[in-house]
Design a protein. Structure first.
Length: 365
């Protein structure tokens, strides 16, 4: 009997081994890697106007973008390209000063530019570098009104002796008559610093533009496109949590969405809320954008919110038109989390940092 059982077991083992023949096991499908097959480069944004070809006067620059096309039919804009990938046929006439940024050289004439990546060479683009000189320089808009902390673009257009014109906003020298009232970044972003009046001009190649009149005022409605930059004394500034429109106007910052104020605990509008990490990121964005001419913005502490704002001014909606339905994050830690303060009633709480609240940033001279 035992011998029969053993025989049956051997039979089933044999059948199992035959059924598990590795040659019959299907291999998992491996997706082929898409291969770069073509690169297209184009000047963008095209700065020179009034000519059908790419023409630059000496001293100017032109940005290029590159689009890669792949074997699976997909395409994408190529980023993180090295400077050496961008090529010029004559670097005396023009060269790439940064990845994708062509700068004119010391001589005039025609030059060809192209890109090489993964042994794939792009199309070529011809650039004519001319000796044309600037005849006029015009800045628009000719007048601007903006709130403290608000930013607006200025555009400088140079007209040349050959009849062409070019956007030179990022290569002129911007001058503000009163830096304490308004400043301009090297790329032409006008920033309101303090209440008052000033004038702005641009200069390039010894040619000076028209004069732009600038008025800076206090933000009266934080529910729209401005953020209240509140000076509490000795140059110390506080900001309210921004509206969606206001944050978008400076280029945005990572956030957790928005909440709606309806006029009872904040001006009517959509206001952005943040977890603790993104609240800190907002202040870093303000520094990067030189909000109100400052580059040292940080998240307010518990004492600054509680003592310097609420205990001094009370409900900040009534005092300054801030949104106060939600508490404001502070940089003050408590256990594993951080304190937050109500600028409506003065009460405070603590959270691990994932709660979605408002944020006030502070700058001290």
């Amino acid at each position: 009997m035992l011998k029969r059982i053993i025989t049956i077991l051997h039979f089933f083992i044999l059948i199992t081994l035959i059924g598990c023949n590795p040659e019959e096991v299907e291999n998992p499908t491996i997706e082929p890697t898409a291969i770069l097959t073509r690169i297209d480069i184009i000047p963008s944004p095209l700065k020179t106007r009034g000519t059908s070809q790419l023409k630059l006067a000496k001293g100017n620059k032109q940005a290029f973008i590159a689009t890669g096309h792949y074997s699976d039919g997909s395409s994408k804009v190529l980023s993180n390209l090295s400077l050496s990938a961008w090529r010029s046929s004559n670097e005396e006439t023009g060269f790439f000063s940064k990845p994708g940024v062509f700068s004119t050289g010391n001589t005039t004439g025609d030059v060809t530019v192209y890109l090489i990546k993964d042994n794939v060479t792009s199309n070529t683009v011809s650039v004519e570098v001319s000796a044309a000189v600037i005849t006029t320089l015009a800045v628009t808009p000719p007048a601007s009104e903006l709130a403290m902390g608000q930013m607006r673009p200025l555009t400088a257009i140079a007209t040349y002796s050959d009849g062409t014109s070019s956007d030179v906003s990022d290569s002129v020298t911007w001058t503000s008559e009163a830096l304490s009232t308004a400043t301009v970044t090297p790329t032409g972003r006008l920033a309101g610093v303090d209440v008052g009046h000033t004038t702005i001009t641009a200069t390039k190649d010894n040619v000076t533009s028209n004069t732009v009149s600038v008025e800076v005022y206090i933000c009266r409605n934080t529910g729209v496109s401005c953020t209240d930059v509140f000076e509490v004394g000795n140059g110390k500034l506080f900001t309210n949590s921004p509206s969606r429109i206001a944050l978008h106007s400076i280029g945005g910052s990572v956030n957790n969405g928005f909440t709606q104020e309806i006029g009872t605990s904040g001006p009517a509008g959509n206001f952005v809320w943040f977890n603790w990490a993104n609240a800190n990121g907002l202040c870093a964005t303000y520094s990067n954008e030189s909000l109100a001419g400052r580059t040292n913005w940080r998240l307010a502490t518990r004492n600054e919110l509680k003592l310097e704002l609420f205990n001094t001014y009370g409900n900040m909606f009534n005092a300054r038109g801030w949104p106060v339905r939600l508490n404001y994050w502070s940089s003050t830690s408590r256990g594993p989390g951080f304190l937050n303060v109500s600028l409506r009633g003065g009460n405070e709480g603590a959270s691990l940092g994932e709660e979605e609240l408002y944020a006030s940033c502070v700058s001290v001279p």
